[in-house]
Design a protein around this ligand. Sequence first.
Ligand code: ATP
Ligand code: MG
Length: 410
Amino acid sequence: MGKKDIIAAIDIGSSKVVALIAIVEDGGINIVGIGQHPSNGVSKGQIINIDKTTNDIQEAMNSATLMAGVKFTRLYVGIGGGHIETITSKGMVAIQRGNIPITKEDVGRVIEQAKAIAIPTDREISHIIPQEFKVNEEIETNDPIGMTGIRLEGNIKIITSSSYSVQNIKRCIEKAHLKNAIYVVNPIASAYATFDENEKKMGAIMLDIGAETTSIVIYEKGNLRYVGVVEIGGEFITKDIVYGLNTTRENAENFKINYGCARLDMVDDNEIIEVPGVSGRAPRKISKQEFIQIIEPRTREILELAYAKIIKESDVPIDRIGAGLILTGGTANLPGISELGEDIFNLRGRIGNPMGVSGIGENIYDPAFSTSVGLIKYAVTEEGTSESSRGMSRPQEGWIKKIFDWLKDI
Ligand SMILES: Nc1ncnc2c1ncn2[C@@H]1O[C@H](COP(=O)(O)OP(=O)(O)OP(=O)(O)O)[C@@H](O)[C@H]1O
Ligand SMILES: [Mg+2]
């Protein structure tokens, strides 16, 4: 029997704050508490009002704990915003011990060297992700431990965040009387909930399109290659509807959810919808085509901005993406968005509903829960305390964790 572990996660989004509590036992993840509260102090993924966000976190966490009826032992919190960046670095060490195989200490030295790059004082390292290693300039492997050679080289991806942004999140967590949180960037969290193993190996691009941010993650050949965030999301579509239909934000949001579609060619020519009038004015009738003409260009822009950022910043050419596109985040609920994504990326699309957990309510399988569910999955995969949960990680993660434990010790 595996040890029982109780993990909490907090996703501080631009539209909502989510708290989850999960029981992890025998490798299974069971969500036993969900709390949600509208987010009042976040803009484009970053906290702009400490008191409001603290309150929203407390409200979400109170509902989750009340529902769960258990106390959690570990807490994972997401970091959001356009300040999250990927840096590629390299480390190289000599191994002068004759025929003694490469040890985790050698790999640790490569990582330490790759890490020793200049990072501006207002930024900090959020994640270090080892990629391929090269032994003696020829053999490429994800796991060099035990191999023999005189030279070990490694590519490392370093994910950095703005220290100010992270400090603001930490302040809210502290003010909400929550302790010992571990911080994970939102894109990586969402990726843990949505990628399957084949997609990681064959290569896939995930876009988490939220309210005011779009998170990007690329996996290829089993390695996480790129993380980035564009400051645009579904709320921009809602704002366009407000102006386009001269209606309230609330009406526009309801309209988007009830009648929205990302592609003009997917809607019926003669369908008519009624726009409620503002402050007692008579309702108006418009064709659905007219309505979708407001939505399609902005949705296209969101996808195109993500595409352009990938082309500019990622070192994985799109033609090496074998599996395709994963669309998640609340805006992935917009009908036709996967098809529009297919056109723009020229990749096969699918909607990324959070996977690998069970629990109360259908809610957690909504793409809007990818980040929060992913935080729990990250906790289980990367820092699993029970043997059973550790067994769920991909092979590489086990030994990488050992190296990180060793790095922490020195
Ligand atoms: N059925 C739907 N059709 C279109 N859009 C939808 C639908 N359901 C939700 N959305 C949109 O999803 C967005 C919220 O997504 P999500 O909850 O992932 O955002 P968030 O995590 O709060 O924000 P962010 O990640 O950008 O900080 C809103 O813009 C909302 O209008
Ligand atoms: Mg989000």
